[in-house]
Ligand binder design. Sequence first.
Ligand SMILES: Cc1cc2nc3c(=O)[nH]c(=O)nc-3n(C[C@H](O)[C@H](O)[C@H](O)COP(=O)(O)OP(=O)(O)OC[C@H]3O[C@@H](n4cnc5c(N)ncnc54)[C@H](O)[C@@H]3O)c2cc1C
Length: 393
Amino acid sequence: MRIYPQISLATPGDSFRADLVQTLTDGLSRWKDALNAGWIEDDQQGCFGTGRWQALVDAGLTGLVTSEDFGGMDLAAAELAEVLEHLGYICEDAGLGFSLATHLCSTCVPLKTFGSDALREELLPDLVSASRVGAHAITEAHSGSDAFAMKTTAVRDGDAYVISGDKCFISNAPIADICVIYARTHPTKGALGGFSAFAVDCDSPGFTIGKPRKKMGLRTAPMADLYLSDVRVPASRLIGREGQGFVMLDAVMRWEILCVFAIQVGEMRRQFEACLAYAKERQQFGARIGSFQAVSHRIADMHMRLQSARSWLARMVAALEGGGQASLEFAGAKLAISEAHVANAMDAVTLHGGTGYMSETGIEAQMRNAMGGLIYSGTSDIQKNRIAAILGL
Ligand SMILES: Cc1cc2nc3c(=O)[nH]c(=O)nc-3n(C[C@H](O)[C@H](O)[C@H](O)COP(=O)(O)OP(=O)(O)OC[C@H]3O[C@@H](n4cnc5c(N)ncnc54)[C@H](O)[C@@H]3O)c2cc1C
């Protein structure tokens, strides 16, 4: 039962396929046990859950954004947000959801939106069936927030491009088959026109995947650095036109923010309901802890942040469906949902006392996982810069 008013993610005029969304969410609920099996142990050991990933594949989620022609479902933004919010609600393995969002947004979205017919036919069916897994590589040691200061180059040589450079913090890299590599293709042009994206086979000669990186949270979502040394990539693997890298990444980031943070809103809802139940049940000093004002106010704060996060999700959906100020909506949503998630996750630990601090409960993992959201897809500072710039500062 929902314990806060549900804000509809469907906007007037869109063609929301309620039956399809219901089928997908019902299917996911049936896979709930498989999606959660062993995740706490894997989180502690930093292992990717192949069984849990297979459950996601079997539930059809690797085909959410790809068109029917290639075996997918081509969900609209509102449909996608509903399904992924439900995934976050039932699946406690935040790393698994993050790997899925990476697979969908890093590779399927740019291929579907910008790829040639031949490239889509070559790669999308395997990405839908997950016989190939996707990743994307933008970040380098010296260019994180300033992404287009990247040094990786792609130089045209006959019917191929030769790519060289090192990338870091690449989600899914240890399990990836295809990585979308962003590289400079023009020596002097800036972000607009100077960069391009390529769908590169991870087993190409000269392509090396580093050892898995250990990290604070999202430990079940594998990550590694990449080293590309004169990797020869057929020109047919250029996604879109040469020089379109910036435009492509801007589009990819919007879908990434929608997908990743729809999952997080679902995680926040599950977390909130567990906290409310605990506040009603746990007794100290002969009373339910929820009867102490410090605790009840904490629950009220969590409730307000959750409501706000879901409102921002709905605004993002409306923006993607074409009805809003997209840049402001995406910067605002990314900032608001990620910050709300961290604040709620800290409150969840506090509210559960010592139990919240123990790894076997999974509650402290929620806090570590949420922290990543302040950094990837543009840090909180960068989102504030964007909002301030839109406001004319
Ligand atoms: C869990 C996770 C998954 C990731 N997955 C991927 C992936 O799949 N592919 C990929 O390419 N990258 C990935 N990244 C990398 C991520 O995109 C970068 O970490 C992020 O862009 C920040 O870059 P940075 O780490 O170099 O920090 P920096 O850019 O060096 O920032 C350091 C600090 O300075 C602040 N700062 C920087 N510039 C400004 C400014 N102009 N104004 C105000 N403050 C500023 C930042 O907010 C931050 O607090 C991932 C990162 C994480 C944590």
